[in-house]
Design a binder for this molecule. Structure first.
Ligand SMILES: Cc1cc2nc3c(=O)[nH]c(=O)nc-3n(C[C@H](O)[C@H](O)[C@H](O)COP(=O)(O)OP(=O)(O)OC[C@H]3O[C@@H](n4cnc5c(N)ncnc54)[C@H](O)[C@@H]3O)c2cc1C
Length: 416
């Protein structure tokens, strides 16, 4: 299953999708896309996020600039990152990805449902979502609330893809038990010095900056502070980690007296844990919505690719039901986030459904496609996604921890 030698499979023609995949984008457009230069787009132009999605779908289906992204299959993670940066810039420059973000972030207004509609539209058209969009969903809401002084200068470049950020929380001895992390943060003049080691930072080696959690005070979660660090500076070394699929998904980040100015503190000193908890509602809820579109898309594609075999009907149907449950649950979560509700431990349910749906989807696809899945050179991209799916029970908070959270904090089971 290794190797990356097969030719790229960008589609020559535009995909025609079954209606079942076209989630909520059928309504008539309010505004024709050709009359929508970026400077004129605003959330008020669309009756609803659904109408926005229909207009976006029309734009992506007809504008030649979008053609290279339809059905794009990457050679490698780095190729994909470079190629999809072009898509990110296109969506920003035409205004489509700026809907759903406030002006202070370089956006054009509207609530997070516009972003959710954009993700669904991209999946409906079999356009891969640029990885930075997933990071944006997690980091930008936090900056808007806890570091508005950084928004104007930094967020537009991040939304456009000129700048890429990572998340550096985990350490070799602090993953599930994040509050035990040891990276030190000590005052020095107008800022702080950071020393320690981070691990598993997604896309760290392709990022210019990272949101980082460090220990500025005593033991436990009250001693933690969140900062935004420039990675390209003396005292920081970023080493990619090659994952099972042969791709550099993650990085280790080594910090040796690295500098961070005082105005890069997110929130206040000692507020890091509370902010990380705030972040989780986006990491678990918004991420789940973003992924469910892919699961639906891939199940449908597998059925179209494979040889009909009733033996696997139950497994495919089960996976579809889990993906549908994830869609319904995370849709509600996105709507709650749009109403600016503060989510609680119940958002762990989204993450648990995501785990089950992701594992079941890829197990079903692998079983249905049979030996072809293992050896067909043109399905390398699908095998990469299968291998990544195995990480679902760990990333964003492990399965065991989420189940315990639900039992104790949703159901009220007494703790030990
Ligand atoms: C695909 C992927 C992307 C990631 N991206 C990032 C990133 O961008 N930035 C970042 O900072 N981190 C990232 N991580 C790291 C991730 O947050 C950690 O892997 C996760 O928090 C688990 O920590 P750990 O790996 O140290 O495992 P551990 O915490 O050591 O857990 C190992 C096993 O023990 C179980 N376990 C641990 N404690 C308990 C307990 N109290 N009760 C029951 N079971 C327990 C866990 O459930 C797990 O099965 C990523 C991980 C993955 C897989």
């Amino acid at each position: 299953m290794g190797g990356h030698s097969r030719p790229d499979r960008q589609r020559a023609s535009r995909p025609t999708l079954p209606r079942s995949l076209r989630c909520g984008v059928h309504q008539q457009m309010t505004v024709a896309p050709d009359t929508n230069p970026a400077s004129q787009l605003s959330s008020e132009m669309f009756e609803s996020p659904t109408a926005y999605a229909a207009a976006l779908e029309a734009f992506l289906s007809t504008d030649e600039r979008a053609t290279p992204y339809l059905g794009y299959r990457p050679h490698s993670l780095e190729d994909s990152a470079a190629h999809l940066t072009g898509l990110q810039a296109l969506l920003f420059d035409t205004g489509w990805s700026r809907l759903g973000w406030p002006e202070s972030a370089g956006g054009l207004g509207g609530d997070p449902r516009f972003r959710a509609a954009m993700f669904q539209t991209l999946w409906n058209l079999d356009i891969p979502i640029p990885e930075p969009f997933t990071t944006l969903e997690i980091l930008v809401p936090v900056l808007l609330v806890f570091a508005p002084h950084l928004s104007d200068a930094l967020l537009p470049g991040l939304l456009r893809g000129d700048d890429k950020w990572a998340q550096a929380f985990s350490e070799p001895d602090a993953g599930s038990d994040l509050a035990s992390l040891r990276t030190k943060m000590e005052p020095d003049g107008d800022g702080f010095r950071l020393s320690g080691q981070k691990v598993w930072s997604t896309f760290g080696h392709l990022s210019q900056r990272s949101v980082l959690l460090a220990r500025s005070g005593g033991p436990g979660h009250k001693g933690l502070t969140m900062v935004l660090v420039d990675l390209d500076q003396p005292g920081i070394e970023v080493r990619p980690i090659r994952a099972e699929d042969g791709e550099n998904h993650f990085s280790e980040i080594f910090l040796d007296n690295a500098w961070v100015p005082a105005d890069r503190v997110i929130g206040t000193l000692g507020q890091g844990w509370a902010i990380a908890m705030y972040m989780l509602q986006w990491e678990r809820g918004a991420w789940g919505w973003l992924q469910q579109g892919r699961f639906h898309q891939r199940l449908q594609q597998a059925v179209e690719l494979g040889t009909p075999n009733p033996e696997f009907a139950q497994q495919l149907g089960h996976a579809y039901a889990l993906a549908a449950a994830l869609r319904l649950t995370t849709k509600q979560t996105v709507e709650r986030l749009a109403r600016e509700e503060q989510l609680g431990p119940e958002v762990s349910v989204d993450k648990l459904l995501l785990i089950d749906a992701e594992l079941a989807t890829w197990d079903a696809i692998r079983a249905y496609l049979g030996p072809r899945f293992e050896v067909d050179d043109t399905l390398q991209w699908l095998r990469h996604e299968y291998l990544f799916s195995r990480a679902a029970p760990i990333y964003g908070g492990s399965q065991e921890i989420q189940r315990t959270l639900v039992a104790q904090r949703v159901l009220g089971m007494p703790r030990d």
